[in-house]
Design a protein. Structure first.
Length: 188
């Protein structure tokens, strides 16, 4: 297929440029907005996985935000506990293994990334959101360079790009409400 970078550059900038802008704004907020940052990271990893990794697995995108080695081996579990815990229950899930529990604590600046701390008698793995935000932004830059220099990466990006961004309403009562709402809109 061999898509030229110029053919996908605007779409790349729309998606990943907005993510980077939001990350930059988030890390400037003091005191930090830990959960908002964590939710953005979780959702951005889904988007990165869709466009960058053939697997489409968000945990693959999350893994590259972690140091090489041990932490990457548990990236899928960490991602699931963080993203799904926050998005579906607004708190990270605990991780259970072999009868033991580890909590995930979402830190901002003061606590070293991926350090352990005992809180109320339970070990907590500290996830420093500023570190993760900065690492995600770096990975977006790496991805852009990859797209500029790799035809296969551009082709994957292009094929994963949704050609139609539409949600079709089919429920008659909801269709009627949408008709009424748009009739109130000036210029509609």
């Amino acid at each position: 297929m061999a898509i030229d970078f110029k053919a996908i550059e605007q779409r790349f900038c729309e998606i990943f440029g907005f993510i980077q802008q939001d990350l930059l704004r988030i890390i400037q907020v003091e005191p930090g907005v830990n959960y908002a940052a964590a939710a953005l990271i979780g959702c951005a990893c889904e988007t990165m996985a869709k466009y960058r990794y053939a697997s489409g697995e968000a945990a693959d995108a999350f893994a590259v935000l972690l140091p090489e080695g041990t932490h990457q081996k548990v990236a899928k579990t960490l991602y699931d506990a963080l993203r799904n815990g926050l998005v579906h229950g607004y708190e990270a899930k605990d991780i259970e293994f072999n009868g033991s529990h580890v909590g995930l604590a979402i830190a901002w600046r003061e606590t070293p990334h991926l350090s352990f701390k005992v809180v109320n008698g339970k070990p907590q793995l500290m996830l420093n959101m500023r570190d993760l935000c900065e690492r995600l932004s770096e990975q977006i830059d790496v991805f852009r360079a990859e797209l500029e220099g790799n035809a296969s990466a551009r082709d994957l990006f292009f094929t994963r790009w949704p050609k139609k961004r539409v949600l079709t309403v089919r429920a008659p009562e909801e269709i009627q409400v949408w008709k009424e709402l748009t009739q109130r809109t000036p210029g509609a």
